[in-house]
Write a protein that binds this ligand. Structure first.
Ligand SMILES: [Fe+2]
Length: 234
C-alpha cells in the first residue's frame, strides 16, 4: 500500500502544523497498513526557489525522522512534492529535483480553472519530450472547472497517470468522474492528500475499500502494481 499524496511533514505547508500532528498522521497510516508514504509538500514556483524548497523539506524530513520510533519496519517515508503548474514549467530545468525520490515521476497540480492550450502543451512537453512520468494530482477535482471539455479530453489522451483522492470515492458529486476513470481502465494511483488529523486525515484504507466496491479487486491490484512500478522506476 502506497499513499502517493500526503502533506504529512511538519510545518512546511498547509498540511501538518506540528510534529505531534505529523506523528499521529504517520501512526494512522501505519494502522491502516500503508507501507510507503510519499511526502508531497506543496511547491509553488512563485513563492519558492527549488533550492529553498529542498532545503526546507530536508530540514522537515530530518526532524521528523528523528522523532519516529526506531525499529519500525514501515511505513517507509519517501520524499516528493506536489508541484503546482506555472508558466514555463515545460522547460523548467530543475524540475527533476522535484520528482518522487529516485524516480522521474512528478506529482503535478493543475489550475483549478478551465485549462488552456498552453497548459496542455506544457504538460505534453513534459510527457513526450522530457519523458517525465506525470501524475495529475487529485484529477477528479479539476473536472467541474472544465466547461469546454476539449482540452480536458486531449490532456487525458496523453500517456500520463492520474491520482485520485481516497475521500473522493465517497463524495456524491465526484462519483461519476471517479467511476469513469476505472471504466476507461486508466492508469490510476491513490493518495489520501491528508493534511491533518481533523477534516483531512490519512484515509487510504477507506478509499481502497471503496475502490474495490466500485471497480472490483482487479482494479485495486492494477493500481497497486502501477504504484510499485512508479516507485521502482518512475
Ligand atoms: Fe495536496
Amino acid at each position: 500500500m502506497i499513499d502517493f499524496h500526503a502533506h504529512i511533514l511538519p510545518g512546511i505547508d498547509d498540511g501538518s502544523q506540528s510534529m505531534e500532528e505529523s506523528l499521529a498522521m504517520f501512526r494512522l497510516e501505519q494502522n491502516q497498513g500503508v507501507e510507503t508514504v510519499v511526502a508531497t509538500p506543496h511547491f509553488y514556483a512563485w513563492r519558492d526557489s527549488v533550492a529553498g524548497f529542498l532545503r526546507r523539506r530536508e530540514k522537515s524530513v530530518r526532524s521528523f525522522l528523528e522523532r519516529l520510533p526506531g525499529g519500525e519496519a514501515f511505513p517507509r517515508l519517501c520524499q516528493g512534492a506536489e508541484v503546482y503548474y506555472f508558466s514555463g514549467i515545460g522547460k523548467a530545468e530543475q524540475l527533476s529535483a522535484l520528482c518522487i525520490e529516485n524516480t522521474s515521476a512528478i506529482l503535478l497540480e493543475l489550475p483549478f480553472e478551465e485549462w488552456t492550450e498552453k497548459v496542455l502543451e506544457e504538460v505534453r512537453f513534459l510527457v513526450e519530450k522530457r519523458r517525465f512520468t506525470v501524475i495529475l494530482a487529485h484529477v477528479e477535482r479539476y473536472y467541474a472547472y472544465q466547461k469546454n471539455k476539449a482540452v480536458w479530453n486531449r490532456m487525458l489522451e496523453l500517456p500520463l497517470c492520474v491520482q485520485i483522492n481516497a475521500a473522493s470515492f465517497s463524495e456524491r458529486k465526484k462519483q461519476r468522474i471517479v467511476n469513469a476513470f476505472f471504466e476507461q481502465e486508466r492508469d490510476v494511483i491513490l493518495g489520501s492528500d491528508c493534511h491533518n488529523m481533523g477534516k483531512r486525515p490519512p484515509n487510504l484504507e477507506e478509499g481502497r475499500k471503496m475502490l474495490v466496491q466500485r471497480a472490483g479487486m482487479a482494479a485495486l491490484e492494477k493500481t497497486d502494481a502501477l504504484g510499485e512500478r512508479i516507485l521502482a522506476h518512475g
